[in-house]
Design a protein around this ligand. Sequence first.
Ligand SMILES: NC(=O)C1=CN([C@@H]2O[C@H](COP(=O)(O)OP(=O)(O)OC[C@H]3O[C@@H](n4cnc5c(N)ncnc54)[C@H](O)[C@@H]3O)[C@@H](O)[C@H]2O)C=CC1
Ligand SMILES: Nc1nc(O)c(N)c(N[C@@H]2O[C@H](COP(=O)(O)O)[C@@H](O)[C@H]2O)n1
Length: 225
Amino acid sequence: MKPFVFVNVAASVDGKISNERRVQLRISSKEDMERVDKLRAESDAIMVGIGTVLADNPKLTVKSDELRKKRVLEGKPENPLRVVVDSKARIPEDALILNDEAETLLAVSKKADLEKLKKLQEKAMIFVAGEERVDLSELMEFLYHIGVRKLMVEGGGELIASLFREGLVDEIYVYYGNVIIAGKNSPTIADGKSLDEPAELELLEFKKLGGGILTRWRVKRKRFN
Ligand SMILES: NC(=O)C1=CN([C@@H]2O[C@H](COP(=O)(O)OP(=O)(O)OC[C@H]3O[C@@H](n4cnc5c(N)ncnc54)[C@H](O)[C@@H]3O)[C@@H](O)[C@H]2O)C=CC1
Ligand SMILES: Nc1nc(O)c(N)c(N[C@@H]2O[C@H](COP(=O)(O)O)[C@@H](O)[C@H]2O)n1
């Protein structure tokens, strides 16, 4: 069993999610950021790859006081669980995602350094799965086991591509901001090795939002390898 997995990502019209320097760019409009905050508040957990943590140092918390209060009234923690996919436990000990505003699960592989894990254990729960890289299917089963039914994946491109390769994505939202970023080496919505066969999607929704366009897609076929 696995949670319902949806990806949310903001891209330029040319499909980039950052630039070649990998700095955090504001691609979403104000209206889109409000939508993203609602999606976070409705999720049980929010996942990112270590590449995103190293580049952006995100907090991955719900920004609206109202939405956090609503979660508490529903008997949930103020913020969803934060999940970092980090094979070798490269996460800096002072990363904002390890702060006490929310719980964090660090998913590592057997390659992770034990001494570093001992230190990180004070700040995050640790889950070990996979020899070289994190075994994402095993991680999904574990998340379901601990009560995660709705998982939001915020990126980056390498993690998103792996999740598609393993047939683990149910839906994807792409917000196309009104910008062109360019750059052959700029991260895109799905990076890394290309899929053996393209993932087939069904368009569920599209609408103008702020200066850009929001699209929502369902994944039709799930196994590609
Ligand atoms: N515009 C947007 O909505 C967003 C943009 N970004 C941008 O994306 C960039 C980071 O993306 P990436 O470098 O692609 O990093 P990423 O966040 O996808 O992390 C990839 C890393 O995760 C680790 N990993 C462990 N097991 C893995 C597995 N089974 N599959 C895949 N990865 C695994 C590896 O170390 C791998 O290098 C940054 O520039 C960030 O600003 C990130 C999130 C959202
Ligand atoms: N939806 C969206 N639009 C953008 O324009 C973005 N740059 C991102 N980035 C994602 O949000 C994370 C930052 O979260 P916090 O504000 O620190 O809570 C960042 O790491 C990306 O995952 N997303």
